[in-house]
Write a protein that binds this ligand. Structure first.
Ligand code: HPA
Length: 276
C-alpha cells in the first residue's frame, strides 16, 4: 500500500474511536494473556470491539476478536486493549505496528504493556512480576520496515532507552509501596507458537535473555518510532523448557490469572502516580 494510504487508514481507525470516546487518552494499556483483571477497575467504560473499527485487526486468541476499553483509572483517562495481536497468529510485523500507531493518533504518549513469559533466568520463578529493561529481537524482522511514516517519526531511530528509566523507577517504587519487589530482565522474542527447545533456551540465556515470549516487541519498537514512553512488564508464568521435565504450557494461563490481581494493583498505583 502507498504510504499516504497507510497513514490514512490508521487515521480512519483513530477517528472512528475518537468519535466514540470524545476524550483523548494520554495512557494506553495493552494486557497480556490472563492478565485482564485490571479491566474490572475501569470506571465509566466505553467498549469498542476491534471488529467494528475500520481497518483494524481481529484477535484470533479471543472469542469476540478483542476490544478497546476506554475509561477512568486512578482518576485518569486510559484506553486498554483487552487482547493483542501476535506474529504467530499470522500477522506480519508491519501489521503488528498498526495498533500502536492508532493509539498514537488517539493522543497516547505513555504505553504500559504486560505479557506472560517463560522464566529463563535461574533467579526468576513462576509468579514473579518482572520489569523488562531491554529486549533481544533475533526474528530478523521489524514492525517499522518499509516506507517511513514521517508523521510518526524519523526513518532511523534509537532504541537504547526504549524501556524508559523514569517509568521503570516509578514502577519499582509503586511495587515497594505495595509490599513487593520487581525482578528486572531482558525479554527475548521468539516467533512461536511452539515453545522453545532446551538448546534454544540455553542459547537465549547465553545471549543475555532472562525472559522469553512471543509478543510485545512489535508494539514497543513501534512505540519507540513514534516517541511514546514505554513501560513493559512480564509475568513469569512457567520455567523455560530446560528447567523442567515436561514443558506443556498448560500453566501459562493459570499462573497469569493468579498473578493478575497483584499486577492490577501495581498498574493502578503506577497510573495514579504518573504525571499528567
Ligand atoms: N516461551 C514463550 N512464550 C511464552 C512462554 C514461554 O515459555 N510462557 C509464556 N509465553
Amino acid at each position: 500500500m502507498l504510504k499516504e494510504k497507510i497513514f490514512e487508514s490508521y487515521k480512519e481507525s483513530a477517528d472512528f474511536i475518537l468519535n466514540k470516546i470524545k476524550i483523548k487518552p494520554d495512557i494506553a494499556i495493552i494486557l497480556g494473556t490472563g492478565l485482564e483483571k485490571l479491566l474490572d477497575e475501569i470506571e465509566d467504560k466505553i467498549e469498542i470491539n476491534y471488529k467494528d473499527v475500520p481497518n483494524f485487526l481481529i484477535s484470533t486468541v479471543s472469542d469476540n476478536g478483542g476490544k478497546f476499553i476506554f475509561g477512568k483509572l486512578s482518576g485518569k483517562y486510559v484506553i486498554c486493549m483487552t487482547k493483542r495481536f501476535h506474529y504467530y497468529e499470522g500477522y506480519d510485523f508491519n501489521e503488528l505496528a498498526m495498533p500502536v500507531y492508532v493509539l498514537k493518533l488517539l493522543g497516547v504518549s505513555k504505553l504500559i504493556l504486560t505479557n506472560a513469559a517463560g522464566a529463563v533466568n535461574y533467579n526468576f520463578y513462576p509468579g514473579d512480576i518482572c520489569l523488562i529493561i531491554d529486549h533481544i529481537n533475533f526474528a530478523g524482522a521489524s514492525p517499522t520496515r518499509g516506507n517511513n511514516l514521517n508523521e510518526f517519526g524519523e526513518r532511523f531511530y534509537p532504541i537504547d532507552k526504549l524501556y524508559d528509566k523514569e517509568f521503570r523507577d516509578l514502577a519499582k517504587k509503586s511495587a515497594i509501596k505495595l509490599g513487593f519487589e520487581l525482578k528486572e530482565g531482558v525479554y527475548f522474542f521468539t516467533v512461536g507458537p511452539f515453545f522453545e527447545s532446551p538448546s534454544e533456551i540455553r542459547a537465549i540465556r547465553t545471549f543475555g535473555g532472562d525472559l522469553v515470549g512471543m509478543s510485545t516487541i512489535t508494539e514497543t519498537l513501534t512505540a519507540a518510532h513514534c516517541n511514546m514512553k514505554v513501560l513493559a512488564m512480564s509475568v513469569a508464568t512457567n520455567y523455560s523448557s530446560d528447567r523442567i521435565e515436561n514443558m506443556d504450557g498448560s500453566e501459562v494461563e493459570d499462573v497469569a490469572r493468579e498473578v493478575s490481581p497483584k499486577l492490577k494493583n501495581l498498574i493502578i498505583e503506577i497510573v495514579k502516580e504518573l504525571d499528567d
